[in-house]
Design a protein around this ligand. Structure first.
Ligand code: GSH
Length: 212
């Protein structure tokens, strides 16, 4: 398998944690987002959305991090990243979507570049935009795990789920932009616990082969 990613891409980071948990090691094809390689003709033929990650599984190319992780879950079920109970699965997926569908798209590189270029915003305004949406979104995520009852060291229990795979990269991004995490003590504690797990530690941006 070939995995197209970028060390600082939080969507790719979610998949890297899943690969590690499932004991898989696809070949990395780095796509340098800051250099705009995602918009090259070569990469557009891999992923018409011009976004990472993509996973070439030989017969086709999968895109969208959550779709890739759900495919992994179906083809490599152990260890499970979703609970067995349908209501608990919905709870985990809701948390994952709160990050992946509601926080991350507002703060993606192309959105920040559009604010800066065509909309002429300065760096202070862009940083304020970033922090506003990440802090508002993470406050809601904090409430979701509290509402879920915190039954273990991870978001929803004693083992990592799709929710943790989405949380950890989002917190990495939030810290890069100096977001205020003081309102999210549960999320910060979960993130610290995840950092002790090799699957999470080995997926961290700074230890990737394409890290700068
Ligand atoms: N919903 C997509 C989001 C993918 C995405 O936005 N990837 C970012 C990196 S985290 C990207 O490739 N950005 C390139 C750009 O903004 O030009 C997923 O979960 O895979």
């Amino acid at each position: 398998m070939k995995f197209y990613g970028y060390y600082r891409s939080s969507a790719a980071y979610r998949c890297r944690i899943a690969f590690n948990l499932k004991g898989l090691a696809p070949d990395l094809v780095p796509v340098h987002l800051r250099l705009g390689e995602q918009r090259s003709d070569t990469y557009r033929s891999v992923n018409p959305q011009e976004l990472v990650p993509s996973l070439d599984i030989g017969t086709r190319v999968l895109t969208q991090s959550l779709a890739i992780i759900e495919w992994l879950e179906e083809t490599h079920p152990e260890p499970p990243l979703l609970p067995g109970d349908p209501e608990a699965r919905a709870e985990v997926r809701a948390f994952a979507l709160a990050v992946a569908a509601d926080i991350h798209p507002l703060n993606n590189l192309r959105v920040l570049q559009y604010l800066k270029g065509p909309l002429g915003q300065d760096q202070a305004a862009i940083d304020a935009w970033y922090r506003h949406w990440v802090e508002t979104g993470l406050a809601a995520c904090e409430a979701l795990v509290v509402k879920g009852g915190r039954r273990g060291p991870y978001c929803f229990g004693d083992s990592p789920t799709l929710a943790d795979l989405c949380l950890v990269p989002q917190l990495y991004n939030a810290r890069r932009f100096n977001a205020d995490l003081s309102g999210c003590p549960n999320l910060v504690a979960i993130d610290a616990h995840c950092a002790t797990h090799p699957a999470f530690a080995n997926a961290a941006p700074d230890v990737q082969p394409d890290a700068e």
